[in-house]
Design a protein around this ligand. Structure first.
Ligand code: ASP
Ligand code: MG
Length: 417
């Protein structure tokens, strides 16, 4: 079986969905499982709904209507007949959403977030499935929440591999086209969970692992994995072949092409991952597989914006040692703060961190009881794999360098722009 993942940008409008159809016609769709994200920026739009809900804003209804209108337009563009069953099916999902919001009693933000934000994927796959039936491609709509089981860490759920493996290998139909949602799972009580923003790639990898798939293809609006993000760098080049290890390094430091958790399950079963253009589906794109390596060693540039550079030093000039460091890390873990660079001296300790969940304020107060704290907000972390002098000076140009760290293959530079 082949697993195909189509992200939000590939299904952002009717033309995008028609293009997915065209991709399937070119590359085949027998024995395929499609993993699909929410359409366009729907996840962000649903995040606004959640915000309005918790703030009891009078914009709540309008923010829901906005999402309805967007999907309705796509439906009108795809189906000539507005009596098609898809209209009722999509409407039912919106009614479910409204019912949930009007009856929910849980004050748990993360729980509510997952119940609401999941509608994006439920609706997008409903539309795709109906559309493919409409154009003569029979398919099975699969509710991923019956297959990917997780713990109840809402917004960042951890997969229960044993149960997931059993359910998927037993119940997913082979030799047909399956369509399912990325990003979602469900907990023991069947409440919806999510795997972290941009988690649909990971969903594709979970299915691939459990089905011993032949390959995973992530269809993108770029020709494959580039050596740098074209939004921030000029003259990018396509990487034809990379190893799992290189890809994990690139993804971990924030190359936004692949979700970082995606590679581990694939690597452990040596399932190749292809990143290809949904506009030119027959081009080879990038292949990430065992034993492949970057040749020649192209410098790769990854930038993470909106980071925090935090420095802690001891109040009484005592050393910052293993003991304090482990305590600091336990706090990062507790507050879900991601650390992407560490540097320490005898009495000070610096980290470049990302405060995805807005917990830094609280953590800072706790740390301030024990340490002197300095921090810079809004810094950028540049990671250069296979660096050269030229690559470094290109990154440093016109910027203030706050930290610079070098290892054999990787240079990391924290800058304030
Ligand atoms: N729709 C989700 C998000 O935007 C998951 C994904 O796109 O991978 O984060
Ligand atoms: Mg998305």
């Amino acid at each position: 079986m082949r697993i195909f993942k189509f992200g939000g940008a590939s299904v952002k409008d009717a033309a995008g969905i028609k293009n997915v159809h065209s991709v399937l016609q070119q590359v085949g769709y027998e024995d395929v499982l499609l993993v699909v994200s929410a359409m366009g920026k729907t996840t962000n739009a649903l995040e606004l709904v959640i915000k309005n809900y918790f703030e009891k804003s009078k914009e709540l209804n309008a923010s829901i209507q906005e999402i309805k209108k967007y999907h309705n337009q796509i439906l009108l563009d795809l189906f000539e007949d507005d009596k098609n069953a898809v209209f009722t099916a999509v409407n039912k999902h919106f009614l479910d959403l409204e019912y949930f919001l009007s009856s929910n009693k849980s004050p748990n933000y993360n729980f509510v977030y997952d119940q609401v934000v999941s509608m994006g994927e439920i609706i997008s796959t409903t539309i795709l499935s109906h559309y493919f039936n409409h154009v003569g491609i029979k398919n099975h709509w699969v509710d991923v929440r019956n297959f990917i089981k997780t713990d109840n860490t809402y917004r960042d759920a951890i997969v229960d591999w044993d149960t997931t493996q059993k359910t998927i290998s037993k119940n997913i139909k082979r030799k047909v086209l399956n369509i399912t949602q990325g990003f979602l799972g469900s907990d023991e009580n069947n409440f919806t969970t999510t795997l972290g923003r941009e988690g649909s790639d990971y969903t594709a990898a979970i299915f691939a692992y459990c089905l011993n798939a032949e390959s995973v293809t992530i269809w993108k609006d770029v020709p494959g994995v580039l050596n740098a993000d074209p939004r921030y760098f000029e003259n990018t080049t396509l990487l034809n072949q990379i190893s799992y290890r290189e890809a994990i390094e690139l993804a971990f430091y924030g190359a936004s092409v692949i979700h970082p958790k995606t590679l581990q399950p694939l690597q452990s079963k040596e399932i190749p991952l292809y990143v290809k253009s949904f506009l030119n589906p027959l081009l080879p794109g990038t292949s990430i597989a065992k034993g492949s390596h970057l040749e020649p060693e192209t410098s790769c540039f990854i930038v993470k914006k909106n980071q925090l550079l935090l420095s802690l030093s001891s109040i009484d000039f005592s050393f910052i040692m293993e003991e304090n460091i482990s305590e600091i890390f336990a706090l990062f873990h507790k507050y879900k703060i991601k650390v992407s660079l560490i540097q320490n001296t005898a009495i000070s300790f610096s980290v470049c961190i990302e405060d995805k969940f807005g917990n830094f304020g609280e953590l800072k107060n706790i740390l301030a009881k024990k340490f002197k704290i300095f921090y810079n907000e809004n810094v950028s972390l540049y990671t250069i794999r296979h660096f050269t002098d030229k690559a470094i000076s290109m990154v440093e140009k016109d910027k203030t360098v706050l930290v610079k760290q070098m290892s054999r293959e990787t240079m990391q530079i924290v800058t304030q722009e």
